[in-house]
Design a binder for this molecule. Structure first.
Ligand code: IPM
Ligand code: MN
Length: 356
Protein backbone atom coordinates (compact mmCIF):
# COMPACT_ATOMS: atom_id res chain seq x y z
CA UNK A 1 0.00 0.00 0.00
CA UNK A 2 1.42 3.38 -0.89
CA UNK A 3 1.00 6.06 1.71
CA UNK A 4 -0.53 9.47 1.33
CA UNK A 5 1.43 12.57 2.30
CA UNK A 6 -0.26 15.70 3.57
CA UNK A 7 1.56 19.01 3.57
CA UNK A 8 0.61 20.97 6.65
CA UNK A 9 1.61 24.55 7.44
CA UNK A 10 2.01 25.03 11.18
CA UNK A 11 1.42 28.43 12.75
CA UNK A 12 2.13 27.91 16.45
CA UNK A 13 1.58 31.62 17.16
CA UNK A 14 1.78 33.19 20.57
CA UNK A 15 1.73 32.28 24.25
CA UNK A 16 0.89 28.64 24.81
CA UNK A 17 0.18 28.12 21.10
CA UNK A 18 3.55 26.45 20.43
CA UNK A 19 3.15 24.06 23.39
CA UNK A 20 -0.30 22.81 22.41
CA UNK A 21 0.57 22.57 18.74
CA UNK A 22 3.62 20.43 19.57
CA UNK A 23 1.34 17.92 21.30
CA UNK A 24 -1.10 17.98 18.41
CA UNK A 25 1.73 17.17 16.01
CA UNK A 26 2.89 14.35 18.28
CA UNK A 27 -0.57 12.76 18.15
CA UNK A 28 -0.95 13.40 14.43
CA UNK A 29 2.33 11.67 13.74
CA UNK A 30 1.48 8.68 15.89
CA UNK A 31 -1.95 8.28 14.29
CA UNK A 32 -0.61 8.89 10.80
CA UNK A 33 2.19 6.35 11.17
CA UNK A 34 -0.30 3.69 12.21
CA UNK A 35 -2.32 4.31 9.05
CA UNK A 36 0.58 4.70 6.65
CA UNK A 37 -0.25 8.38 6.19
CA UNK A 38 2.70 10.72 6.34
CA UNK A 39 2.55 14.31 7.35
CA UNK A 40 4.98 16.93 6.27
CA UNK A 41 4.99 19.93 8.61
CA UNK A 42 6.39 23.33 7.80
CA UNK A 43 6.53 25.91 10.58
CA UNK A 44 5.91 29.65 10.22
CA UNK A 45 6.72 32.07 13.02
CA UNK A 46 3.76 34.42 12.49
CA UNK A 47 2.44 36.12 15.61
CA UNK A 48 3.11 38.74 18.22
CA UNK A 49 6.80 37.98 18.70
CA UNK A 50 7.64 38.43 15.04
CA UNK A 51 5.51 41.56 14.84
CA UNK A 52 7.29 43.14 17.81
CA UNK A 53 10.68 42.16 16.37
CA UNK A 54 10.18 43.07 12.71
CA UNK A 55 6.88 44.92 12.33
CA UNK A 56 5.64 42.17 10.00
CA UNK A 57 2.31 40.46 10.59
CA UNK A 58 1.42 38.48 7.48
CA UNK A 59 3.75 39.15 4.56
CA UNK A 60 2.08 38.70 1.16
CA UNK A 61 4.73 36.16 0.19
CA UNK A 62 3.85 33.98 3.20
CA UNK A 63 0.16 34.23 2.39
CA UNK A 64 0.93 33.00 -1.13
CA UNK A 65 2.97 30.09 0.23
CA UNK A 66 0.17 29.09 2.57
CA UNK A 67 -2.11 28.61 -0.44
CA UNK A 68 0.09 25.70 -1.49
CA UNK A 69 -0.56 23.54 1.59
CA UNK A 70 -3.22 20.91 2.19
CA UNK A 71 -4.18 22.57 5.48
CA UNK A 72 -3.02 24.99 8.15
CA UNK A 73 -2.67 24.10 11.82
CA UNK A 74 -2.85 27.13 14.10
CA UNK A 75 -2.00 27.44 17.79
CA UNK A 76 -3.05 30.80 19.19
CA UNK A 77 -2.97 34.45 18.25
CA UNK A 78 -2.68 37.22 20.85
CA UNK A 79 0.25 38.81 22.66
CA UNK A 80 0.05 40.83 25.90
CA UNK A 81 2.35 43.53 24.50
CA UNK A 82 0.38 44.02 21.30
CA UNK A 83 -2.72 46.21 21.39
CA UNK A 84 -5.90 44.13 20.96
CA UNK A 85 -7.25 44.15 17.42
CA UNK A 86 -3.98 44.28 15.51
CA UNK A 87 -3.04 40.59 15.35
CA UNK A 88 -6.68 39.49 15.37
CA UNK A 89 -7.52 41.58 12.33
CA UNK A 90 -4.29 41.50 10.38
CA UNK A 91 -3.39 37.90 11.01
CA UNK A 92 -6.29 35.67 12.06
CA UNK A 93 -9.12 37.45 10.26
CA UNK A 94 -6.94 38.25 7.26
CA UNK A 95 -6.09 34.55 6.88
CA UNK A 96 -9.75 33.60 7.14
CA UNK A 97 -10.78 36.21 4.57
CA UNK A 98 -7.92 35.89 2.10
CA UNK A 99 -8.12 32.11 2.05
CA UNK A 100 -11.89 32.44 1.78
CA UNK A 101 -12.47 30.10 4.70
CA UNK A 102 -16.14 30.89 4.66
CA UNK A 103 -17.19 28.30 7.21
CA UNK A 104 -16.23 28.15 10.85
CA UNK A 105 -17.18 24.67 11.99
CA UNK A 106 -17.48 24.31 15.75
CA UNK A 107 -18.63 21.00 17.21
CA UNK A 108 -20.20 21.15 20.66
CA UNK A 109 -19.63 17.66 21.95
CA UNK A 110 -19.42 16.58 25.56
CA UNK A 111 -17.14 13.58 25.94
CA UNK A 112 -17.72 10.96 28.63
CA UNK A 113 -15.83 11.82 31.79
CA UNK A 114 -15.97 15.57 31.16
CA UNK A 115 -17.86 17.81 33.53
CA UNK A 116 -20.42 20.22 32.11
CA UNK A 117 -21.80 23.17 34.07
CA UNK A 118 -25.31 22.18 32.94
CA UNK A 119 -27.11 20.17 35.58
CA UNK A 120 -28.50 16.79 34.49
CA UNK A 121 -27.05 16.83 30.98
CA UNK A 122 -24.49 14.42 29.65
CA UNK A 123 -22.84 13.24 26.42
CA UNK A 124 -26.25 12.07 25.15
CA UNK A 125 -27.68 15.56 25.37
CA UNK A 126 -24.72 17.69 24.36
CA UNK A 127 -23.72 16.73 20.85
CA UNK A 128 -24.31 19.20 18.05
CA UNK A 129 -22.38 21.33 15.61
CA UNK A 130 -22.47 25.05 14.94
CA UNK A 131 -21.81 26.19 11.38
CA UNK A 132 -20.71 29.80 11.74
CA UNK A 133 -20.48 31.92 8.60
CA UNK A 134 -16.88 33.10 8.58
CA UNK A 135 -16.41 35.56 5.73
CA UNK A 136 -18.94 38.33 6.14
CA UNK A 137 -21.28 40.15 8.48
CA UNK A 138 -19.98 42.71 10.95
CA UNK A 139 -16.53 41.18 10.67
CA UNK A 140 -15.87 42.71 7.25
CA UNK A 141 -15.15 45.98 9.03
CA UNK A 142 -17.27 48.15 6.77
CA UNK A 143 -17.97 51.40 8.56
CA UNK A 144 -16.04 54.16 10.16
CA UNK A 145 -15.84 56.83 12.78
CA UNK A 146 -16.21 60.58 12.40
CA UNK A 147 -15.64 63.46 14.77
CA UNK A 148 -13.56 61.13 16.89
CA UNK A 149 -12.97 62.20 20.49
CA UNK A 150 -15.69 64.80 20.37
CA UNK A 151 -19.05 64.54 22.16
CA UNK A 152 -20.71 64.10 18.76
CA UNK A 153 -18.56 61.31 17.41
CA UNK A 154 -20.35 58.70 15.35
CA UNK A 155 -19.25 55.09 14.91
CA UNK A 156 -20.73 52.68 12.37
CA UNK A 157 -19.89 49.04 11.75
CA UNK A 158 -22.25 47.40 9.32
CA UNK A 159 -23.61 43.90 9.13
CA UNK A 160 -23.16 43.14 5.46
CA UNK A 161 -24.16 39.99 3.63
CA UNK A 162 -24.72 39.20 0.02
CA UNK A 163 -26.89 36.39 -1.26
CA UNK A 164 -23.90 34.40 -2.49
CA UNK A 165 -22.24 34.34 0.95
CA UNK A 166 -25.46 33.36 2.65
CA UNK A 167 -26.30 30.63 0.16
CA UNK A 168 -22.90 28.96 0.16
CA UNK A 169 -22.91 28.85 3.95
CA UNK A 170 -26.44 27.43 4.08
CA UNK A 171 -25.64 24.82 1.45
CA UNK A 172 -22.60 23.72 3.43
CA UNK A 173 -24.78 23.44 6.53
CA UNK A 174 -27.48 21.40 4.77
CA UNK A 175 -24.84 19.09 3.27
CA UNK A 176 -23.14 18.73 6.62
CA UNK A 177 -26.44 17.84 8.31
CA UNK A 178 -27.11 15.22 5.66
CA UNK A 179 -23.64 13.71 5.97
CA UNK A 180 -23.80 13.73 9.76
CA UNK A 181 -27.04 11.75 9.46
CA UNK A 182 -28.11 12.08 13.09
CA UNK A 183 -31.28 14.06 13.76
CA UNK A 184 -31.39 15.39 10.18
CA UNK A 185 -32.31 18.79 11.58
CA UNK A 186 -30.81 22.14 10.70
CA UNK A 187 -31.64 25.14 12.86
CA UNK A 188 -31.12 28.68 11.62
CA UNK A 189 -30.12 31.10 14.37
CA UNK A 190 -31.03 34.69 13.51
CA UNK A 191 -32.83 37.79 14.66
CA UNK A 192 -35.59 38.24 12.12
CA UNK A 193 -37.64 40.34 14.55
CA UNK A 194 -35.10 43.17 14.59
CA UNK A 195 -32.48 42.61 11.88
CA UNK A 196 -35.26 42.62 9.33
CA UNK A 197 -32.95 43.00 6.34
CA UNK A 198 -30.00 40.74 7.00
CA UNK A 199 -31.76 37.87 8.71
CA UNK A 200 -34.72 38.18 6.37
CA UNK A 201 -32.28 37.37 3.57
CA UNK A 202 -30.90 34.45 5.59
CA UNK A 203 -34.34 33.10 6.38
CA UNK A 204 -35.69 33.31 2.84
CA UNK A 205 -32.58 31.64 1.45
CA UNK A 206 -32.77 28.99 4.18
CA UNK A 207 -36.38 28.10 3.44
CA UNK A 208 -35.92 28.18 -0.33
CA UNK A 209 -32.81 26.01 -0.42
CA UNK A 210 -34.18 23.64 2.20
CA UNK A 211 -37.53 23.18 0.50
CA UNK A 212 -36.11 22.77 -2.95
CA UNK A 213 -32.93 20.76 -2.39
CA UNK A 214 -33.08 19.19 1.07
CA UNK A 215 -36.67 18.10 1.73
CA UNK A 216 -35.39 15.27 3.95
CA UNK A 217 -33.88 17.76 6.41
CA UNK A 218 -36.12 19.30 9.03
CA UNK A 219 -35.78 23.07 9.34
CA UNK A 220 -35.96 24.95 12.65
CA UNK A 221 -35.55 28.62 13.38
CA UNK A 222 -34.38 30.32 16.62
CA UNK A 223 -33.85 33.96 17.47
CA UNK A 224 -30.28 34.23 18.74
CA UNK A 225 -31.24 35.32 22.25
CA UNK A 226 -33.58 32.36 22.62
CA UNK A 227 -30.93 30.04 21.16
CA UNK A 228 -28.63 31.11 24.03
CA UNK A 229 -31.25 29.94 26.49
CA UNK A 230 -31.97 26.64 24.75
CA UNK A 231 -28.30 25.81 24.46
CA UNK A 232 -28.32 25.63 28.25
CA UNK A 233 -31.83 24.35 28.90
CA UNK A 234 -32.35 21.85 26.07
CA UNK A 235 -29.15 21.24 24.11
CA UNK A 236 -30.52 17.82 23.11
CA UNK A 237 -32.84 19.56 20.63
CA UNK A 238 -29.93 20.49 18.40
CA UNK A 239 -28.23 18.63 15.62
CA UNK A 240 -26.69 21.32 13.41
CA UNK A 241 -27.12 25.08 13.86
CA UNK A 242 -26.21 27.63 11.21
CA UNK A 243 -25.78 31.36 11.76
CA UNK A 244 -23.96 34.53 10.76
CA UNK A 245 -20.47 35.49 11.82
CA UNK A 246 -21.10 37.60 14.93
CA UNK A 247 -23.86 35.44 16.40
CA UNK A 248 -21.75 32.39 15.66
CA UNK A 249 -18.80 33.86 17.55
CA UNK A 250 -20.96 34.48 20.60
CA UNK A 251 -22.98 31.29 20.75
CA UNK A 252 -19.94 29.07 20.21
CA UNK A 253 -18.40 30.38 23.43
CA UNK A 254 -21.57 29.27 25.21
CA UNK A 255 -21.33 25.95 23.42
CA UNK A 256 -17.67 25.60 24.40
CA UNK A 257 -18.35 26.03 28.09
CA UNK A 258 -21.12 23.42 27.99
CA UNK A 259 -18.70 20.87 26.51
CA UNK A 260 -16.09 21.46 29.19
CA UNK A 261 -14.57 24.77 28.20
CA UNK A 262 -11.71 26.11 26.18
CA UNK A 263 -9.44 23.20 27.12
CA UNK A 264 -11.40 20.96 24.80
CA UNK A 265 -13.21 23.15 22.23
CA UNK A 266 -11.82 23.08 18.69
CA UNK A 267 -12.82 24.62 15.42
CA UNK A 268 -12.10 24.56 11.72
CA UNK A 269 -11.99 27.55 9.39
CA UNK A 270 -13.04 25.80 6.24
CA UNK A 271 -12.82 26.62 2.58
CA UNK A 272 -14.45 23.53 1.07
CA UNK A 273 -12.73 24.28 -2.25
CA UNK A 274 -9.40 25.48 -0.85
CA UNK A 275 -7.06 25.57 2.13
CA UNK A 276 -8.66 25.20 5.55
CA UNK A 277 -7.22 26.14 8.94
CA UNK A 278 -7.77 24.37 12.25
CA UNK A 279 -7.39 25.82 15.72
CA UNK A 280 -8.19 25.35 19.38
CA UNK A 281 -10.82 27.98 20.25
CA UNK A 282 -9.05 29.14 23.42
CA UNK A 283 -6.59 32.00 23.29
CA UNK A 284 -2.86 32.27 23.91
CA UNK A 285 -3.20 32.02 27.74
CA UNK A 286 -0.06 34.10 28.47
CA UNK A 287 -0.03 33.24 32.16
CA UNK A 288 0.59 29.55 31.41
CA UNK A 289 3.23 30.14 28.74
CA UNK A 290 6.27 27.89 28.98
CA UNK A 291 5.03 26.08 32.09
CA UNK A 292 4.01 22.77 30.52
CA UNK A 293 0.63 23.13 32.26
CA UNK A 294 -1.74 24.17 29.48
CA UNK A 295 -4.33 21.65 28.35
CA UNK A 296 -3.51 20.56 24.77
CA UNK A 297 -6.69 18.54 24.12
CA UNK A 298 -8.42 21.32 22.16
CA UNK A 299 -5.42 21.52 19.85
CA UNK A 300 -5.40 17.73 19.53
CA UNK A 301 -9.12 17.80 18.67
CA UNK A 302 -8.42 20.51 16.10
CA UNK A 303 -5.88 18.12 14.54
CA UNK A 304 -8.62 15.49 14.43
CA UNK A 305 -10.94 17.90 12.60
CA UNK A 306 -8.14 18.65 10.16
CA UNK A 307 -7.74 14.97 9.32
CA UNK A 308 -11.49 14.55 8.98
CA UNK A 309 -11.70 17.48 6.59
CA UNK A 310 -8.81 16.07 4.54
CA UNK A 311 -10.79 12.82 4.47
CA UNK A 312 -8.11 10.90 6.33
CA UNK A 313 -10.95 9.44 8.36
CA UNK A 314 -9.01 6.59 9.90
CA UNK A 315 -6.32 8.91 11.16
CA UNK A 316 -9.03 11.18 12.54
CA UNK A 317 -10.72 8.25 14.28
CA UNK A 318 -7.44 7.32 15.97
CA UNK A 319 -6.93 10.86 17.21
CA UNK A 320 -10.45 10.95 18.59
CA UNK A 321 -9.80 7.67 20.38
CA UNK A 322 -6.69 9.22 21.89
CA UNK A 323 -8.69 12.16 23.22
CA UNK A 324 -11.48 9.95 24.58
CA UNK A 325 -9.13 7.59 26.39
CA UNK A 326 -7.13 10.37 28.00
CA UNK A 327 -10.41 11.85 29.23
CA UNK A 328 -11.64 8.51 30.52
CA UNK A 329 -8.44 7.23 32.09
CA UNK A 330 -5.89 9.88 32.80
CA UNK A 331 -6.86 13.47 33.17
CA UNK A 332 -8.17 14.79 36.47
CA UNK A 333 -9.61 18.09 35.25
CA UNK A 334 -9.71 19.96 31.97
CA UNK A 335 -8.58 23.12 33.70
CA UNK A 336 -5.02 23.99 32.78
CA UNK A 337 -2.77 23.54 35.79
CA UNK A 338 -5.20 21.07 37.39
CA UNK A 339 -4.98 18.22 34.92
CA UNK A 340 -2.83 16.06 37.18
CA UNK A 341 -0.56 15.74 34.13
CA UNK A 342 1.72 18.06 32.25
CA UNK A 343 0.98 19.29 28.74
CA UNK A 344 3.49 16.88 27.24
CA UNK A 345 2.23 13.94 29.32
CA UNK A 346 -1.28 14.49 27.93
CA UNK A 347 0.21 14.48 24.44
CA UNK A 348 2.27 11.34 25.13
CA UNK A 349 -0.75 9.45 26.40
CA UNK A 350 -3.03 10.59 23.59
CA UNK A 351 -0.36 9.63 21.07
CA UNK A 352 0.03 6.17 22.60
CA UNK A 353 -3.74 5.54 22.53
CA UNK A 354 -3.94 6.86 18.97
CA UNK A 355 -1.18 4.50 17.83
CA UNK A 356 -2.54 1.41 19.62
C1 IPM B 1 -12.86 33.30 17.58
C2 IPM B 1 -12.22 34.54 18.14
C3 IPM B 1 -11.98 35.50 17.00
C4 IPM B 1 -13.32 35.84 16.39
C5 IPM B 1 -11.21 36.78 17.39
C6 IPM B 1 -9.93 36.48 18.11
C7 IPM B 1 -10.96 37.67 16.20
O1 IPM B 1 -13.01 35.09 19.14
O2 IPM B 1 -12.20 32.63 16.77
O3 IPM B 1 -13.99 32.99 17.94
O4 IPM B 1 -14.00 36.76 16.86
O5 IPM B 1 -13.68 35.18 15.42
MN1 MN C 1 -14.76 33.92 19.60
Amino acid sequence: MTGTTYKIAVLPGDGTGPEVVAEGIKVLQAAGRAENVSLDFQHYDLGGERYLRTGEILPDSVLEELKGFDAIYLGAIGHPEVKPGILEKQLLLRLRFELDQYINLRPVKLYPGVETPIKDKGPQEIDYVVVRENSGGIYTGIGGITQKDTPHEVAVQSMVYNRHQVERCLRFAFEYTKKRAKKMTLGLVGKTNVLTYVYDLWERAFQEIGERDYPEIKRDYYHVDAACMWMIKSPEWFDVLVTGNMFGDIITDIGAITQGGLGIAAGGNINPEGVSMFEPIGGSAPKYTGKNLINPLAAISAAQMMMETLEATRVAARIERGVRRVLENDIRSLASGQMGLTTSEVGDKAAAYAAA
